[in-house]
Design a protein. Sequence first.
Length: 514
Amino acid sequence: MSSSLRETLAALPTLFGAHVAITGIALAIGTLIGLVLAITVHRMPRLRAGVIGVAGVVQTIPSLALLALMVPLLGMFGFWPALAALVLYSLLPVLRNTVAGLDAVPPEVLEAADAVGMTPRERLRLVELPLALPVMLAGVRTGTAWVVGTATLTTPVGQPSLGNLIFAGLQTRNWGAVLAGCVAAGSLALALDALLSSLETAASTRSSRRAALSFGGLIAVFLGGVAIAELTPTADRQAPVATTAAIDSPVEKMRPVVIGAKTFTEQYVLAELLASALSTRGISVERRFSLGSSVAFDALIANRIGVYVDYSGTLWANALGRTDVAPRWHVNAALSAWLAERHGARMLGPLGFENAYAMAMRRNRATQLGVRTIGDLRTHAPRMKLGGDYEFFQRPEWVGVRDTYGLRFRELVSFDSSFLYEAVSKGEVDVIAAFSSDGRIKLHDLVVLEDTAPALPPYDAILLLSPALARDSEVVAALSPLIRAIPVEAMREATLMVDRAEDKRTPREGNGSH
């Protein structure tokens, strides 16, 4: 069994349990709120259009955007913003179906209830809700499918879920992890749908025995999932991810030159710098931003994008499958030769700075604990949370750091890189896997811990050309002045201009700092 598969299987129970727990809680709260709102608008028709309209608008917001919005709205990361977003997503089908079910109760039945002297509350409890229950449960089934699927997107805000395996697998080409996450989420959705379908049938046929068994099955699924997670060793709880973007059609001509970028600020700034260099030479350009790491590389090899910046350590580990730490010159030479011989692509050269993974923590916290190196974390790690980006905990670099220094953190939490630095600054996590060229290290007054082993490979920013552009003299002439011309201080300042709230710049403006 490969190490990646072992780690996937080891992480699966914990992530499945977290997925089940937040799904169950969100569905319970969402169903309760939806029921209350439905009863309210049924009794007060003037509110119906507004309440259902608002629920419908919430449903139109992309799920990842809604999750991200919950972080500044609630001022926290992890469970609560994820729960809030999932509850909102579950409301619409429950609300609409319950209203429809209540509206469908025959008028003569209501008249008979009034005739025997029932109060409005008794009529609702004994007549209207029982008759509307099958339709309401159909809405719950729809909401359940939505919530199970949307819960896979909670990783960007720091809430573990099966999405950790899916997105990290996509970033690191760990298709076993992708498959494991998809199968587990799909199985959960099918199991819950089957039980809710049985409950719906029980409500239609008035079978109390079937209803009890179905409801008991739902409780068993949720409690069982949580129990599995709690009974699983948690020394390496993980929560990795990343987003990808669709790429249109292959580049059929050398012009315009298509510039690619991954999903973080530095990449956007560098892409605009490349665009400026090419445009200055009269070469037309197009942009393809927010590409996943493996997607960007595959697009370059397939001539779907013409140029982008990658990192030597990323390709060393992901593309070449190397787990050893080699000297910088050796890594760059091996990558250049491999790209040319294997794919016909070209590594034009390093840009002059390194964007390496670097363990960082708040300066005052590091001073308090006397931590200066990664090795100093060994005694404190069992009481600490470590934060990383979507893919870090699925990468061989993490395994190397963990094993080299004997680190066993209490919990590993994945964040979107937009939230990673703020998370450590606010104390949501104790240490993060930062990026050495990121200006937010200075912004949040973080200290980078020395890698004395070393356990992390070099991460030179390197400029790559597709096979179609590898021998394009105009493009090479336009981009060659950038080679070894960008110091890390300039890169930090550029990203900081884009990331900081005060005097915020766009990536296109930020590239001017070079």
